[in-house]
Design a protein around this ligand. Structure first.
Ligand code: ADE
Length: 407
């Protein structure tokens, strides 16, 4: 088991299966008034937030007995292609039959989720956090609903594909391009940290691009570390390249693990390989924990200095340890970044994914799109309220779908 100082909430855990249950704030039973929302927010922002505290304070003791009537169901979508996979299920490109919008629909198998012992506890902990995820570089949830066997999470479709799909093809990114992505990622991570959320597993498959070429962090890693977030299997069977040494060693960790992760991703963008790389996985684990960081020439001294500071094994001395994102923002590598403009998406992305239509699959790895799409996805089997409170319709999307339905 990995120990933690402040029992940080992980983004994967929170934003995935379990947190989407938190859509309870949309339930009539609990109301969705702003005052309630902000009271919850105050609590969530509190420094004292821990998993146990969260469970105690946020979890409503009586789950709702009736699921709210959802206007959106599995049958409202055409499931076109597989665009991602994980241990709980798959992510599909789907098209809403009425409004024609394309979404990424993450379909999770209930029986797999229910077999995880910690699941209910985690579900309670982060009930409300979902609503806090309003950031330009974090994927958005539009709807969630369930059938007898599955949970459906309807997310923005990030049609630019995985950032590392592009990196694999180009081998390395030039510094301005790497800087842009690193800055957008840092901004999203800093936002999560401000809500006491630790992403913990920044890694290639979680970093997507939208149609304009902006970063979208998603919860795709959930399947490996979400609900069973601290099991040792995850640590050693997952991708170790981007994990901070303290996580690998099952030591105490905090939000600075994300700054290590950002350093690892930045290293790969600039050098084409993660730091401490070895084709032998155990060798790489050893390297991450024990080997000094060697940074070859070929990148600027500013970039190398940032990498050294982010990839500092001593998390207390790691860049971001004291003032989090602010420390990164004032590093010379980012001196050309206007952070307000960046968050307002006013900085033109260095690369615009080539797309012919909103449902374009050009940038999605064929290892996903070649997989078969099960026929049963759109079937609304008998309802099984195994996950009360799961049903959710985001405000923006609900008005959009109402308008569309009016036509
Ligand atoms: N893979 C996982 N989540 C995705 C999303 N939201 N968009 C595109 N591909 C994905």
């Amino acid at each position: 088991m990995v120990k933690k100082t402040k029992a940080p909430v992980t983004y994967a855990k929170m934003k995935g299966v379990v947190s989407y249950f938190t859509a309870l704030i949309k339930d009539k039973k609990f109301g969705s008034s702003h005052s309630m929302y902000y009271r919850q927010m105050d609590f969530l922002r509190s420094e004292s937030l821990s998993e146990d505290d969260g469970a105690a304070a946020v979890c409503f003791s009586d789950p709702p007995t009736e699921e709210p009537q959802s206007r959106v169901s599995a049958a409202d979508f055409d499931y076109l292609k597989v665009i991602g996979t994980g241990s709980f299920g798959k992510v599909f490109l789907a098209k809403h039959r009425e409004n024609g919008t394309h979404y990424a629909v993450k379909v999770l198998q209930k029986h797999i989720i229910l077999s995880r012992k910690e699941e209910r506890h985690v579900m309670c902990e982060h009930r409300v956090l979902l609503k806090t995820l309003n950031h330009p570089f974090l994927v958005k949830l539009h709807f969630s609903f369930q059938t007898k066997d599955r949970l459906y999470l309807v997310l923005d479709y990030a049609c630019g594909g995985e950032l590392f799909y592009h990196l694999q093809r180009e081998l390395v990114f030039c510094e301005p391009r790497a800087r842009f992505y690193a800055a957008e990622m840092a901004s999203a991570l800093g936002y999560l940290h401000s809500l006491n959320i630790v992403y913990r597993d920044l890694k290639p498959e979680n970093i997507l691009l939208d149609s304009a070429g902006h970063v979208v962090l998603t919860d795709f890693g959930l399947c490996k570390e979400g609900v069973a977030g601290r099991d040792t299997t995850r640590t050693f069977c997952g991708t170790p390249e981007y994990l901070a040494p303290e996580v690998l060693q099952q030591k105490e960790y905090d939000r600075t693990v994300d700054w290590w992760g950002l350093g690892a991703v930045l290293h790969e963008m600039l050098y084409g390989l993660p730091p401490f790389y070895s084709a032998d996985r155990f060798e790489m684990l050893r390297n991450i924990i024990y080997q000094p960081l060697v940074l070859k020439p070929g990148v600027s001294s500013g970039a190398r200095d940032l990498l050294k500071r982010l990839l500092n094994r001593d998390r207390a001395k790691r860049l971001g340890a004291k003032r989090d994102l602010v420390e990164l923002q004032s590093h010379s590598f980012f001196s050309s970044i206007q952070w307000d403009e960046l968050v307002a998406k006013k900085i033109p992305p260095p690369f615009i994914p080539s797309l012919s239509s909103p449902g374009d699959l050009t940038n999605i790895d064929p290892r996903f799109t070649d997989l078969p799409v099960p026929q049963s996805l759109g079937a609304c089997e008998e309802y099984g309220a195994t996950f009360p409170g799961f049903t959710y319709i985001s405000e923006n999307t609900s008005s959009l779908s109402v308008q569309t339905r009016g036509h």
